[in-house]
Design a binder for this molecule. Structure first.
Ligand SMILES: [Zn+2]
Length: 276
């Protein structure tokens, strides 16, 4: 049973780890709070730290609330949809043929069967998003395997509520949030680099920060941008589990071990983590 700091209506989940400093994190969409504290720090000291950050906590939660106001997509004509950081207008055609999506310089053309539900339209778009990610992710992983001198056994595309990515250093796989398809491509690359650096250093230690700074000097800016971009309300409202987990082996990886669905692992972390 974990420790909890209760400050009025704010609950903060405390985790003990072999760290030097206290790390406080606020998660979308509801502003869930966690605090990582040094193993031997007294509870009262940790609590006093949390109280000293109350102003910051309130600011972050207010920010999340305003971001969460983005309305769920309805997949109707002329609706805005983001792709690689650019806004497109949706154009919907109902036709009795296999659903499809195509793109021109300013519009996304969604073709669905007559009377398709919002859910169905969403599924077609999601599938398309995955295919777009599969087109770019393997190349980026290879690029960084070479630069970092690490090997990734494979990657998962997954809808996640609180994380942009994840890494299982033991199984050497990484997870990426499918929502990244809405963000500029360099932010996807940043998340991939972040997760791959965890194959060298599993925690957000000083060594990790030094490695990020060496290989991806603009990581702070990338992280800030990722934390600020609007969160898609629709994603957080739907059952994340309905699609299950898809796996994607990198090509030419026949000697690599088969995938298993990732479980809670030491590599799980938010990349929205802020260093205090
Ligand atoms: Zn991390």
């Amino acid at each position: 049973m974990g420790e909890v700091i209760q400050l009025g209506d704010i609950s903060i989940e405390v985790t003990r780890k072999a760290v030097k400093n206290v790390h406080l994190s606020v998660y979308p969409p509801a502003g869930h709070m966690t605090l990582v504290a040094p193993t031997d720090a007294r509870f009262e000291v940790v609590r006093a730290y949390a109280i000293s950050k109350l102003g910051w906590i309130r600011d972050q939660q207010a920010k999340l609330l305003s971001q969460a106001r983005e309305a769920p997509r309805q997949f109707v004509e002329r609706e805005s949809h983001y792709l690689w950081g650019r806004r497109y207008l949706l154009s919907v055609t109902e036709k009795d043929e296999k659903p499809s999506v195509r793109l021109d310089h300013r519009r996304i053309f969604l073709t669905v069967r007559p009377d398709s539900s919002r859910q169905k339209r969403n599924e077609v778009m999601q599938e398309w998003h995955r295919s777009l990610l599969h087109q770019v992710v393997p190349r980026l992983i290879r690029k960084w395997e070479e630069k970092l001198g690490v090997t990734v056994s494979g990657y998962f595309l997954q809808r996640m509520k609180t994380k942009w990515g994840g890494c299982n250093p033991r199984k050497r796989n990484i997870r990426l949030n499918t929502e990244l398809v809405r963000k500029p491509k360099d932010l996807l690359e940043y998340v991939i680099v972040h997760e791959m650096v965890h194959l060298i250093e599993p925690t957000h230690s000083e060594r990790f920060i030094a490695l990020m700074t060496e290989h991806y000097p603009t990581w702070r800016e990338a992280r800030a941008e990722l934390n600020e971009l609007p969160i898609a309300a629709e994603v957080w409202r739907e059952q994340a589990g309905t699609e299950g987990l898809r796996q994607q082996k990198l090509e030419g990886s026949s000697t690599r071990p088969p995938f298993e669905a990732p479980r809670a692992s030491p590599g799980r972390h938010p990349i929205s983590k802020r260093y205090q």
